[in-house]
Design a binder for this molecule. Structure first.
Ligand SMILES: Nc1nc2c(c(=O)[nH]1)N[C@H]1C(S)=C(S)[C@@H](COP(=O)(O)O)O[C@H]1N2
Ligand SMILES: [Mo]
Length: 424
């Protein structure tokens, strides 16, 4: 145990009297309770100290404290006509570290959640292979498996912000992302088992849901780091995330991560299906459309403070935090500004730094109570730096939806309230 007055709670009690007389300096530089009189939370017996609690097995599958009931995925009703082909959003402002809890991973379905009986589920490999194969779930569990942590970001994340600030909350502007430890079989092993013919240069994964989602993926990526995943964060995939089998396509847009995976066809050319022609393409100002924009560019966002998480404690020691990620590697560095980009400070990275995974950053500062313009800027391991929204519009025009990785600004007022704004 450290005896530092900065952190030791028991010492704060001893010094409570002194703190009243001399202010915060007596107990260190961080926040502490103002001892204006006896605190009933300390001096009185609390209800939960006076009866026995629930026994083991009260909740055979545990649930969060009822005091955390507001920490949920949320959708934006006016965005889509129906919840069956829709999206909800990860509550980024309520999370810490880098892992998204399974029950809070945003959902994007084109035709609702397929309810699959794993005993009746098969994975078929066909097309340009020497041995077309069909696997049961038991068969797949006999392949060597790996554990790897990756973010999945929908290409449409932040898409509503393309022409200007819209949605007032990091959950809604940036919540089409989750970061999970996957357990699964390297796709390479399954393709090797089937024996890809020399002209097999693309794969077409297909979902077993009613939308029958398909995407064309180059063989190079399929053999590199794709996985056929059965587990997320240690437990079986949730139905929403593709139970019992999903494709993991690290660093590439979420649409390619086919859920409820039932078939992989090997071919010699891309298929040009709906999700790579009418959707998931970017119309440029000159009328040309960008296609096959698979990699997710480096991006970051401040999660706290943010519109759903205002500063409630007033001036003084303040913790700013956020997340950053890149589809091309790791995030060695994030910069933060409090004044809309006039002065930049290096944020402190904390937590594991995995390839194509979410990273966590912090910046602690002494808030003087004046308005702030908060921004974060990610640098990835290739040297790429997250652009401003205006820099992005210069290259991409105004017709885009997908791949908006521009720098986000939150305006903080004197009351600590945050608002989604843009600075010119
Ligand atoms: N079979 C199938 N796979 C799918 C989809 C779908 O509707 N059906 N949606 C895709 C899209 S657009 C995204 S962004 C991700 C979302 O994954 P999640 O629901 O785990 O967040 O799944 C992709 N895989
Ligand atoms: Mo998506």
């Amino acid at each position: 145990m450290t005896d530092s007055p900065k952190f030791t709670q028991s010492r704060r009690q001893f010094l409570a009297g002194a703190a009243v007389a001399t202010g915060a300096a007596a107990t260190g530089k961080f926040a502490h309770a103002q001892a204006a009189g006896p605190d009933p939370a300390i001096t009185q017996m609390q209800p939960w100290q006076q009866y026995l609690g629930a026994g083991v097995d009260a909740a055979p599958y545990g649930v969060p404290s009822p005091h955390e009931a507001h920490v949920v995925r949320r959708n934006v009703e006016w965005l889509t006509a129906d919840t069956v082909s829709s999206v909800n959003f990860t509550p980024l402002h309520e999370l810490e570290g880098i892992i998204t809890p399974n029950g809070l991973c945003f959902e994007r379905h084109h035709s609702g959640v397929a309810e699959i009986d794993p005993g009746q589920h098969r994975l078929m490999i066909n097309g340009l292979v020497d041995n077309p194969l069909v696997f049961t779930m038991e068969d797949l569990m006999r392949f060597p498996r790996e554990n790897r942590t990756y973010f999945l970001e929908c290409a449409a994340n932040t898409g509503m912000e393309w022409r200007g600030s819209q949605l007032n909350g990091v959950q809604f502007t940036h919540g089409m992302i989750h970061n999970v430890v996957y357990t699964g079989v390297p796709l390479r092993l399954i393709l090797e088992e089937a024996g890809v013919r020399t002209n097999g240069s693309w794969i077409l994964p297909e979902g077993a849901d009613a939308s029958g989602m398909t995407r064309s993926i180059p063989m190079e990526k399929a053999l590199d780091d794709c996985m056929v995943a059965t587990h997320m964060n240690g437990e079986r995939l949730r139905p929403e995330q593709g139970y019992p089998l999903r494709l993991v396509v690290p660093g590439w847009e979420g649409n390619m991560w086919v859920k409820w995976l039932r078939r992989i066809e090997v071919g010699d050319a891309p298929w040009h299906h709906r999700e790579e022609t009418s959707k998931y393409t970017d119309l440029l100002a000159d009328g040309q459309a960008r296609r096959f924009t698979w990699e997710m560019d480096a991006k970051s966002v401040i999660t706290n403070p943010s519109p759903q998480a205002p500063i409630l404690h007033g001036p003084g020691p303040t913790v700013l935090t956020g997340v950053a990620w890149s589809g091309r590697g790791t995030i060695p560095r994030v910069d933060v500004t409090l004044d809309g980009g006039i002065n930049w400070h290096r944020a402190r990275m904390s937590g594991p730094s995995f390839d194509k995974s979410m990273h966590r950053f912090y910046f602690e500062f002494d808030w003087d109570g004046r308005p702030l313009l908060l921004q974060s800027r990610a640098h990835d391991s290739t040297g790429y730096v997250q652009p401003t929204k205006d820099q992005l519009r210069e290259v991409r025009g105004l017709n885009s939806i997908y791949h908006n990785n521009g720098i986000q600004t939150w305006a903080i007022n004197e009351r600590g309230e945050a608002e989604n704004v843009e600075v010119g």
